[in-house]
Design a protein around this ligand. Structure first.
Ligand code: GLA
Length: 723
């Protein structure tokens, strides 16, 4: 049993293999957090709730001591207005303007089957606890699910209005953590278009520090992820707590270091620009958030997230399956293609090992550039004579599956869809909406829009043999106003948009369970666990430069499994940054994630073509490791000149090590690279060196890294167990 309740101490014990999460109902009926960290006994730990007088901490009515204050207590789900001056998890306003609420324990239930969260993605399975709280106006339900092996704890809340009138939620979170000391660094993933997943590690300062999005999508700029790591924690040792929010829209994750050197962590909707009205008798469900506890550094935290998402979130049809090697038309052709040109590209894939040909943007409507056509999901038969069937047939003849690009959430003003339904996009009445990439955002809060998009996409998928869809989203939301909602519900638009999106992609992925959907938002603008529940892989960045990609993939791997990210070998000089890297290096970096090519194959030299075939062969060998293995990050390209990923199979019989030296180094030092995660009792053959060495030696002494001259050199080592 992962969850236990001791009625004599009114204490809840939630336990994974290596962590305990303990809270209690205190003598006043408040839920009080007691411990989150290393696994401890199910003992009486009430001594740890020790308090003494500290000024300016208001006592609540009925308090026995004047130091009994919510301001100094570790709360389980803090509100506002009753003396806790830290940022709270829930703030509501009733129809008389009253905001203060005392949330107190009523009852709880422990269930074997995790209760479903409808309309939003959540982790599957797991023993769960529901705690019922009540205030004057609200019933609040707190949901907890324990994933023992992954040392993860999922949490969410339901807010029920029990008043006669409306209650407006101004702020609501899925989880709140009150950690008893502040000896942590905060790690977040910031970024930009073309530069996602950048790691920032800073000491927690006093006050509130947040990552958030108000863009209507989780965003390139801040991923909905945060880790708190002990100051001495690194990749392999020390404590770390990772927080991931299973949601694709506006969010805020914050850490607040307080006057008393505690830390409060919150994950929920952003405090600015979120309001939601809950009518009498109705409920509001928060998304789910999940925390992972690691006592072996960031590496173990990431491996836990990877296992959790592969086993409990991603569509099981794809979760553990090596992904196909893709050719994508975008970087080499853009909008400039016709059937003949596509035939040539398809023919060039023959006998290379490429498995899937993806036709990117430009196949529909009058889409000859990015100024028109979005919304008109009909094949442009002027460009593609005979439509898609001849192209798909050509793929089949060459042993390839076929995939297609869509950007369903958007519309160009120059499109038949916009001309027919100008009110179907988000825009404020009498205000000219902002354009971005010449497009507007469709109003997915409206069921007729969701219906139209479902029909548009599904009719193409039904009429054609399509194995893969790339689902793009190339701008963020401005003018968040829906013609279908009353004025007092306009601040709900961004959340309702995401609910509409989940409805749409939920229906489509259910209707086409064997179509592999790849998420994209100008690269990695919407890589989040919410999208991952529907789309098993995501184009990590529009920046395909191998060196920038070492950092992007390294950063995103803090939370996301490698198979959930995609990387392609593209042309040099690189389209985005102009860098010239060796073909081999581009292949090694891209094959650390779900792999493909995005360059003119008709233009390759014989040598490159042969190298490409070998690269694809190598990728297919390691694809099961990418899909299922354990990642050890051995060299960090954010802090040094080298990048090294080691991926070890679960049975520890195989491993692959990828090494990239970013800049050439004069008189390069001899670098021993101690591996991790092997079985010290097994012996491994290191193919590239011809050596056979024990796991103990490989982990204790290591491999010698190559000493090549020149920038952007890379190498790969395959290890197979002899035992
Ligand atoms: C976005 C994607 C690219 C490509 C283009 C097509 O930028 O990230 O990969 O699909 O759109 O317009």
């Amino acid at each position: 049993m992962a969850i236990a309740y001791d009625p004599s101490r009114k204490t809840f014990y939630l336990e994974g293999d290596r962590f305990s999460y303990i809270f209690r109902v205190n003598e006043y009926g408040y839920l009080q957090q007691m411990h989150y960290g290393a696994k401890i006994g199910r003992e009486d730990i009430s001594y740890a709730a020790f308090q003494f007088w500290r000024g300016f901490a208001p006592a609540f009515p009925g308090a026995k001591n004047d130091w009994d204050s919510l301001d100094t207590m570790a709360a389980e789900y803090p509100g506002y207005g009753r003396g806790d001056f830290r940022r709270g998890a829930l703030l509501t306003v009733d129809n008389q303007g009253r905001r203060t609420e005392d949330l107190k324990y009523r009852s709880h239930v422990i269930v074997r089957e995790k209760p479903a969260l409808t309309g939003m993605p959540s982790l599957r399975g797991g023993e769960s606890l529901i705690v019922f709280l009540r205030s004057r106006t609200l019933d609040v339900e707190l949901y907890y699910t324990v994933y023992e092996r992954e040392n993860a704890l999922a949490r969410r809340a339901v807010i029920k209005n029990r008043l006669d009138g409306d209650v407006r939620i101004q702020r609501v979170c899925a989880l709140s953590l009150d950690l008893p000391d502040a000896d942590y660094d905060m790690i977040t993933l910031y970024g930009k278009y073309g530069g996602e997943g950048q790691i920032e590690r800073v000491p927690l300062r006093h006050g509130l520090q947040t990552v958030y999005s108000c863009r209507g999508a989780s965003s390139h700029q801040y991923n909905p992820f945060m880790a708190l790591a002990r100051k001495n924690a690194d990749e392999h040792t020390g404590e770390a707590i990772g927080v991931s929010y299973i949601y694709s829209g506006n969010f805020e994750i914050s850490a607040e270091r307080t006057q008393f050197e505690t830390v409060r962590v919150l994950a929920g909707f952003p405090s600015a620009d979120f309001r939601y009205t809950v009518a009498r008798g109705e409920c509001f469900h928060t998304p789910e958030a999940v925390t992972v506890y690691s006592d072996a550094g960031l590496g173990r935290m990431s491996r836990a997230f990877h296992d959790l998402f592969r086993d409990r979130l991603i569509n099981p049809v794809f979760a553990h399956t090596p992904r196909p090697v893709v050719f994508n038309s975008w970087e080499s052709m853009g909008f400039d293609f016709d059937t003949e040109k596509l035939f040539a590209a398809i023919d060039a894939c023959k006998d290379t090992g490429i498995e899937l040909f993806v036709l990117d943007d430009g196949w529909f409507g009058k889409r000859d550039d990015d100024t028109r056509g979005l919304g008109d999901w009909r094949v442009n038969t002027k460009k593609l004579c005979g439509g898609l069937p001849p192209i798909i047939e050509r793929c089949k003849v060459n042993g390839l599956k076929f995939g297609l690009w869509f950007e369903p959430e958007m519309v160009n003003p120059d499109s038949d869809l916009y001309r027919a339904h100008p009110d179907w996009c988000l825009r404020v009445p009498d205000v000219e909406p902002c354009l971005c990439r010449n497009q507007l955002v469709l109003d997915l809060t409206r069921s007729e829009v969701v219906e139209y998009l479902q029909n548009s996409v599904s009719s193409i998928l039904q009429d054609n043999d399509i194995a893969y869809v790339k689902w793009d989203m190339n701008r963020h939301i401005t003018d968040a106003y829906s013609a279908a909602l009353p004025p007092d519900r306009q601040q709900e638009v961004c959340h309702r948009y995401i609910l509409g999106l989940y409805e749409l992609i939920g229906r489509l992925t259910e209707q086409f369970p064997h179509v592999l959907f790849e998420g994209c938002s100008g690269g990695g603008g919407r890589i989040d666990p919410g999208m991952l529940a529907y789309f098993p892989q995501h184009w990590a960045s529009d920046n395909s430069d191998a060196i920038d990609r070492t950092r992007i993939q390294y950063g995103l791997s803090l939370c996301y499994p490698l198979s959930a990210l995609t990387g392609h070998v593209s042309a040099v000089p690189n389209n985005q940054v102009g860098r010239v890297t060796p073909f081999a290096t581009r292949g090694i970096v891209a094959s650390n994630v779900s792999f493909g090519y995005e360059l003119d194959l008709t233009d390759l030299s014989e040598e490159e073509r042969n190298l490409m075939k070998r690269q694809i062969g190598d990728y297919k060998r390691i694809a099961p490791l990418i899909a299922n293995g354990d990642l050890y990050r051995l060299k960090d390209p954010f802090t040094g000149n080298d990048f090294v990923f080691e991926i070890v199979s679960k049975d520890k019989n195989e491993a692959v090590v990828s090494f990239v030296q970013i800049l050439g180094v004069f008189s390069v030092p001899i670098r021993r690279l101690r591996l991790q995660g092997l079985d010290e009792h097994k012996t491994y053959f290191v193919e590239e060196t011809g050596l056979t060495l024990s796991g103990k030696t490989l982990m204790g002494l290591g491999l010698i890294m190559p000493c090549e001259r020149g920038d952007f050199q890379a190498a790969v080592y395959h290890l197979t167990s002899k035992a």
